[in-house]
Design a protein around this ligand. Structure first.
Ligand code: AMP
Length: 217
């Protein structure tokens, strides 16, 4: 199954995408994670992307699409994928559609994780991540058991640079201007499913699984 996770920054796309990819046995592809690894390793891609990311802006479409195109060509994507954070613009969605046609495939479902802006601002400002293994934590609702040590890999848990208050405001603005139009784009294609992203993480996951099962009937 070829799946896209859509939603405002902080809606819980990443967490739900990881859970869904484990459940379905298909890869989780996060463009944000790919950029962060490249920034950490100081690659050319990382250098090209860092400034945009730190300002809460989108990395240009051609740069972003190229990394997705390469990733989709890998063997593990044959059974499907969960795309998290891509596409974020209409041109990206069009490039993705054209790329999938080459494989005789199309996006099966777009899950729009719906959370009000006021709630995501709160969530992001408390969000913590482990850069080593990608585990997510939250200062209030899900703190690491021991100080700032990741319970999964013992790495150091940090706040993402682009989760600072000013950058979050910019990222939410960018979402409304450039990414939200994708809701109309995929609704017209008949692949859009809205999921209420408020409440318990496990309950949201179950709602997603149910929505996918309902579509398969
Ligand atoms: P995320 O982890 O998905 O919130 O992404 C972090 C940042 O990476 C975003 O705020 C953008 O600056 C950049 N980014 C991730 N995915 C994309 C994309 N599809 N198009 C452009 N920029 C992206």
């Amino acid at each position: 199954m070829d799946i896209i996770m859509l939603g405002v920054p902080g809606a819980g796309k990443g967490t739900q995408a990881k859970m869904l990819s484990e459940k379905l046995g298909i890869p989780h592809i996060s463009t944000g994670d790919i950029f962060r690894v490249n920034i950490r390793e100081g690659t050319e891609l990382g250098k090209a992307a860092a400034d945009y990311i730190n300002k809460g802006k989108l990395v240009p479409d051609d740069i972003t699409f190229n990394i997705v195109k390469k990733r989709l060509a890998e063997d593990d994507c044959r059974k499907g994928f969960v795309l998290d954070g891509f596409p974020r613009t209409i041109p990206q969605a069009e490039l993705l559609d054209a790329e999938l046609v080459k494989y005789g495939r199309k996006i099966d479902v777009v899950l729009n994780i719906d959370v009000p802006d006021a709630e995501v601002t709160d969530r992001i400002s408390g969000r913590l991540i482990c850069p080593k293994c990608g585990a997510n934590y939250h200062k209030k609702s899900n703190p690491p058991a021991e100080g700032n040590i990741c319970g999964k890999c013992s790495g150091e848990v940090i706040q993402r640079k682009d989760d600072s208050c000013e950058t979050v405001v910019e990222r939410i603005k960018t979402y409304h201007l450039q990414t939200k139009p994708l809701i109309g784009y995929y609704t017209r294609k008949g692949s859009m499913v809205k999921v209420d992203g408020r409440g318990d993480i496990g309950a949201i996951h179950r709602k997603i699984i149910k929505a996918l099962q309902d579509r398969e009937r």
